[in-house]
Design a protein around this ligand. Structure first.
Ligand SMILES: NC(=O)c1ccc[n+]([C@@H]2O[C@H](COP(=O)([O-])OP(=O)(O)OC[C@H]3O[C@@H](n4cnc5c(N)ncnc54)[C@H](OP(=O)(O)O)[C@@H]3O)[C@@H](O)[C@H]2O)c1
Length: 338
């Protein structure tokens, strides 16, 4: 951090040319402290991470960033510097996932942040700042999905659980979390040859080629899975629903394949399958705290380290391009001080 109260940040700008065509760019810049506005809690940031949504924002895709110019990054982990919110004191180690960070509020891909404190969570004592960033929104969302399965009454005895988008951030951490609780995890991946051993190493007992669920299928198919944690949407999600056992649950959090859902109501009315939406951005604080408490106790930290790589702030745009092109796997932590 420079003494002039300037700090480095990845800033997303929107430009419109003479023909009225808009474009969005993301660049590493020096910005003034005033840029952050006047919210209650100022945080010296340590780490952020690269999620699919960060890929979209930094890659110039519409739909994520809704205010310009904006510091990108939907995750932050850091140390409180100043706070007028009595819940937070200088020196507190805190994290935040979503809650409009990197969308309409300045986010975590910077050396400094200022937030209102409502969605901040204290770092669990079992987790370092780097590991909390490695979990990030992806791991938080994986945990929200596991909690939804548990609320539905799914146990390891119910049958195998399918995780789609398995090599991704949500997928990798969902496998680790489910396997640790004794679930038999089937991992669906488009990169079976390259990452089959990686997925078994995370705890998957079976690794399935994405192609098996890629083509449109019948409304009802063989009952294979007691539950599904889906992060890809589209035809894959429709087929996963059609393969879910009587009384099972499918959580839907993502759209890596597409936003459509070409399904029928048959699995719902003939098998009592439940489709549960997962939204990490607007999760209430009690649910955030519950999820992070569980992340602090359930995650195998060696496995978390195995799926994590760390990059400096300047490399965030490159990593964002790679998450969009599907060539990243696991979790990418951004060391904002490097
Ligand atoms: N609702 C929420 O609050 C929330 C929170 C976090 C993330 N999400 C969403 O969840 C999704 C995953 O996020 P992430 O951070 O885990 O992203 P990620 O690391 O890029 O993982 C996505 C994975 O999906 C698979 N995939 C990619 N393209 C695909 C395609 N065309 N068809 C089928 N599978 C494909 C790939 O896994 P394989 O190569 O193994 O097949 C990829 O690794 C994104 O859509 C993201 O926006 C939502």
């Amino acid at each position: 951090m420079t003494e002039t109260m300037q700090f480095r940040a990845i800033v997303v700008q929107k430009t419109t040319d003479a023909a009225g065509t808009s474009a969005q760019t993301a660049t590493l810049q020096l910005v003034d402290d005033d840029f952050l506005g006047s919210a209650a809690v100022t945080i010296e940031l340590l780490y952020s991470s690269i999620n699919f949504k960060d890929g979209l924002a930094l890659g110039g895709r519409p739909g994520v960033v809704r205010a310009w110019p904006l510091i990108a990054g939907i995750d932050l982990v850091g140390t409180v510097l100043h706070s007028s919110d009595p819940r937070w004191m200088p020196g507190d180690l805190v994290l935040q996932n979503g809650a409009k960070l990197g969308e309409s509020l300045h986010g975590g891909l910077a050396e400094r942040a200022r937030v209102d404190g409502e969605a901040l969570v204290r770092l669990p004592s079992t987790l370092s700042a780097k590991r909390a960033a490695a979990i990030g929104t992806a791991g938080f969302t994986a945990m929200l999905s596991v909690l939804a399965l548990e609320r539905h009454g799914v146990t390891p005895e119910s049958g195998p659980v399918l995780v789609t988008g398995a090599t991704g951030g949500v997928g990798s951490l969902a496998i680790v979390l489910l396997a640790a609780r004794g679930y038999r995890v089937h991992a669906l991946t488009g990169r079976l040859g390259e990452f089959g051993d990686y997925l078994r190493g995370l705890g998957a007992v079976d690794v399935i080629d994405r192609a098996e669920l890629r083509e449109p299928g019948k409304p009802l198919q063989s009952e294979r899975w007691a539950a599904v944690v889906d992060s890809v949407g589209s035809v894959t999600l429709a087929n996963a629903i059609a393969h879910t056992k009587y009384g099972g649950i499918v959580t839907a959090c993502g759209m890596a394949q597409g936003i459509d859902l070409p399904a029928t109501v048959m699995p719902f009315i003939l098998r009592s399958v439940v489709l549960a939406g997962i939204n990490s951005v607007d999760a209430p604080i009690a649910l955030r705290e519950q999820a992070w408490q569980r992340l602090g106790t359930d995650l195998d930290l060696d496995l978390l380290d195995r799926v994590t790589r760390v990059i400096p702030l300047a490399e965030a745009p490159d990593a964002a391009a790679r998450i969009l092109s599907g060539t990243l796997h696991g979790r990418t932590v951004v060391d904002v001080r490097a």
